[in-house]
Write a protein that binds this ligand. Structure first.
Ligand code: 9YT
Length: 127
């Protein structure tokens, strides 16, 4: 069994930071679970465009207020505590954050921890 604490992980390289969000990867590919698990904070007043072409992702909102727009159809969904969004179509999307959000995110396939968003908002597949 593996036991980790967010408070410990955020002091290590498991925590990655970008301009509009930071994320603590509590579970990564090398744990061999078939998915990765991240606690992601997105900052108030920001917009982040993402397109995980190579990954499926589910995102559960624990705190905060945001909206998500799926670019293929222009639909806008309100996101708050208790909401999950599931990018089952590798949906390209924009997250607009009104009040800082805390999300629990699962990626399949798992990320390795070394990926950076490319210019399209995707992560590459890493072996
Ligand atoms: C909310 C969201 O899109 N999270 C993505 C995960 C985060 N960008 C990460 O850990 O790389």
């Amino acid at each position: 069994m593996i036991v980790r604490k967010l408070q410990d992980a955020e002091k290590t390289e498991r925590k990655v930071q970008s301009e509009t969000w930071d994320s603590v990867r509590l579970l990564l590919k090398d744990d061999n679970m078939g998915f990765s698990f991240h606690i992601t904070t997105l900052y108030a007043g920001t917009e982040t465009r993402m397109h995980y072409k190579n990954h499926l992702e589910s995102v559960y909102c624990m705190e905060g207020e945001a909206e998500i727009e799926t670019l293929a159809d222009g639909k806008v969904y309100q996101i708050g505590p208790g909401t999950i969004y599931i990018l089952d179509q590798h949906d390209e999307h924009i997250l607009r954050v009104r009040k800082e959000v805390k999300m629990a995110c699962v990626f399949n396939p798992p990320v390795t921890g070394k990926e950076v968003h490319d210019e399209t908002g995707a992560y590459p597949l890493v072996d």
